[in-house]
Structure formats: C-alpha cells, structure tokens
Design a protein around this ligand. Structure first.
Ligand SMILES: [Cu+2]
Length: 160
C-alpha cells in the first residue's frame, strides 16, 4: 500500500511539474511560454516556448511586452568554442511542423527590462506572426539553473 501511494505521489508531482499552458491562434498552438527569472539589475532576459502548426507555413516576426523596452528574436550558436547570439528578423514555422525556442537555441530576448523577472510572475507578451497576426500570451517566469554546459553564456553580459 505504501508503495502505491509513493507512485501516486510521484505521478502527481510529475504531472504538476509538466503542467503546460497553451494558447490556440488559428492553426498555431503556443505551448508553455516561459521566461527565465532574472537577478537584480539584469537588463535582459530570455523567453522560450514551443509553437505547433497544423496548417500552412507561418513566421514569428516580432514580439513586445510592457516589461521590456524592446523584444528581439535571437539565435544562439557556437562560434568555435564561444556561444554567440545574433538577432534574426523572422523564425520559420513550417507547415504541419513546429518551432521550438529553448535555452541554447532560438529564443526571444527581453531588452532593457523595466524590472526584475521573478519566478512565479506571469508577463504578458504580444507575439507577431506573419499570417496569424498578433497574439497575446502569458509567459510564466521560471527560476532556471544555468543550462548544462552553458555557464559561459550570460545574456546580461552579452548585451551590455
Ligand atoms: Cu539573446
């Protein structure tokens, strides 16, 4: 009996840890948008999500949020041994495919944050798609440890 309880409990924990929120916009489903919590005085931060597409190809072309002066689309890649990021004008969402923004890869960048992003906060972000138009989603702020092996990458520092 004890064992069954333990299993049940671990299932509950697992399911709440993975509880996703999602938002539908036409043929696009925006899944689990979240932002990395920032430290005091940090002026920029990263935003991530997964976008699934059941229809024709679309593009993510911009984003804005009242918490930041500006938001940019960024891509991160290795240049030799150095992790670098640069701005891109659009991110492709293939027809009947998906686009994933995640630490170490494509991401949204909050530039000139007006305040600290604290774990548990929900921040409104307006996403702009080429075809689906503007969609407002809530990014959940999460306290993330530095991604494995990427301790050298520091958004705050990179953008100074
Ligand atoms: Cu960035």
């Amino acid at each position: 009996m004890k064992k069954i309880c333990a299993i049940f409990l671990s299932l509950m924990v697992a399911s709440s840890a993975y509880a996703e929120h999602a938002l539908q916009a036409g043929s696009l489903t925006i899944k689990d948008p979240y932002a990395r919590a920032t430290v005091v005085a940090q002026k920029s931060g990263g935003g991530f999500m997964k976008i699934e597409n059941t229809g024709a190809a679309d593009q993510l072309i911009g984003a804005s949020s009242p918490v930041a002066k500006e938001m940019q689309l960024h891509i991160m890649s290795m240049d030799g041994n150095v992790m670098k990021m640069r701005q891109v004008q659009a991110m492709d969402i293939p027809a009947k495919g998906s686009l994933e923004l995640q630490p170490g890869g494509l991401h949204l960048m909050f530039i000139d944050l007006k305040g600290q992003l604290k774990a548990g906060d929900q921040i409104p972000v307006k996403l702009k798609f080429q075809k689906a138009g503007e969609v407002e989603v809530k990014f959940h702020v999460k306290d993330l440890r530095p991604a494995h092996g990427q301790s050298g990458h520091n958004h705050a520092k990179d953008h100074q």
